[in-house]
Design a protein around this ligand. Structure first.
Ligand code: EPS
Length: 407
């Protein structure tokens, strides 16, 4: 059974929903933990007016009984509080008369799905496109990701993120180790591991806001305590690096994905890139824990590395080191000082549409990145360890750990 999910919902429709399949029976499901992830997604300096309207929480509609997964599809719903202002405009029913302000969108925003979507789906109201293209959809992904995280946590896996760069600050992305990321307060303004740099990022956001502009940046997601052997080298679609890149790239505004030190590695000779292999008898066999970059699991098998430039993946397979992936975001494409565009009906020059927007959403994107990585990894766990119940899955996992120890 694979771990899979789908989402539905428009930004100003009644609700967002997700249906998750492949959650093993008996896994405890903590609603408060899902709501906490939704809360995290709404934070971050530079977010806009919509986040003041919404307080995202989940309504569990199916698949969970008395706090435990049934093994059946889990349906989650997040209401859009803003819908009360859009009931007629977003009505699923035919409407007799147009509302006073129908909010039809005719001026596509460069960088958004508006124009290409309008042409492709042959609609003359670009709202038909932007309602689904909006990053609001990521609330449903984060809810699904929160369930994936709970499955991974049952195997000791933890996932965190930090903002490595915001616009031009700092000059190159900051590196942050697991402990530094863990020390970032949960209500930090920008989820940056360095307070001084965070202050400079905030000033950069203030400046962009004043200019009616928007900013992108880089987030990094780290997964710790992964076992060796998720993913496979055998087929292109099973390579875990490819699956992760796809999942991260699918996040709104992400235009590049990097695994480990992938970008810097392209300029280095091999002798300065590949993480050399060491062995020290594992504690479970009477040895002393060796110094690894993180390596609880790799250490448990005795093999470890002193560096992790590969970002925890070799040949599309996890190697037991921390998995590190970065998402590079373009600036949000809704600008208060709009860019040049063209009215799709009159074909006249006109500024792109603007209602409201965030200046930046990089910290939120980090939370979404965590969710997407959790979903990909939860699927890899389901592929490798199978089982219909969490107990069966756990037994398979323990058995595999025994095999690794004897390798
Ligand atoms: C978002 C909700 C949206 C935007 C943002 C993300 O709400 P609204 O369109 O009502 O302001 O704030 O979406 C975009 C950046 C975008 O380009 O669509 C959310 O819930 O994250």
């Amino acid at each position: 059974m694979n771990f899979k999910f789908t989402t539905a919902g428009e930004s100003h429709g009644p609700a967002l929903v997700t249906i998750i399949e492949g959650v093993p029976a008996g896994l405890p499901i903590d609603k408060a933990a899902i709501d906490h992830e939704l809360w995290r997604r709404q934070q971050g300096y530079g977010r806009g007016g919509r986040m003041k309207i919404e307080t995202d929480t989940v309504n569990i509609l199916s698949g969970v009984r008395h706090g435990k997964a049934l093994g059946s599809p889990i349906a989650l719903m997040i209401e859009n509080r803003d819908f009360v202002h859009w009931t007629e405009i977003m009505s699923a029913e035919e409407i007799e008369t147009q509302p006073k302000n129908p909010r039809i969108v005719k001026r596509p925003r460069p960088g958004h799905a508006d124009l290409a979507g309008g042409q492709k789906y042959q609609t003359r109201d670009l709202r038909d496109i932007l309602e689904r293209a909006s990053a609001r959809e990521t609330a449903a992904r984060v809810a699904a990701g929160a369930v994936a995280r709970q499955l991974l946590a049952a195997f000791g896996v933890d996932i965190k993120s930090h903002v490595a760069k915001l616009g031009a600050v700092p000059e190159s992305p900051i590196d942050a180790d697991w402990d530094a990321i863990s020390l970032i307060p949960k209500d930090a303004s920008l989820m940056c591991a360095d307070n001084e740099i965070e202050a400079a990022m905030m000033a950069h956001i203030d400046d962009a806001k004043e200019k009616g502009d928007t900013l992108g940046g880089i987030f990094e997601v780290v997964a710790k305590n992964l076992p060796v052997g998720l993913g496979s080298h055998t087929s292109w679609e099973d390579k875990l690096d490819g699956r992760i890149a796809r999942a991260i790239m699918s996040i709104h505004a992400v235009k590049a994905v990097e695994l480990g030190e992938g970008v810097a590695n392209a300029r280095r000779p091999g002798s300065q890139v590949h993480d050399e292999i060491f062995f020290s008898s594992p504690p479970a066999l009477g040895g002393v824990a060796a110094a690894s970059t993180d390596g609880v699991v790799s250490n448990a098998s005795g093999f470890f590395r002193k560096t992790n430039r590969a970002g925890g993946l070799e040949g599309g397979i996890t190697n037991g080191e921390e998995l590190r992936v970065r998402g590079y975001l373009k600036p949000i494409s809704t600008l208060r000082k709009p860019l040049h565009s063209v009215d799709i009906d009159t074909k006249e020059d006109s500024p792109a549409a603007f209602e409201r927007s965030d200046v930046t959403a990089v910290p939120a994107a980090g939370v979404i990145g965590e969710a997407m990585l959790a979903i990909v990894l939860a699927n890899s766990f389901r592929e490798k360890f199978g089982g219909d119940s969490i107990d069966e899955m756990r037994q398979n996992f323990e058995n595999y750990k025994g095999l690794l120890l004897r390798y």
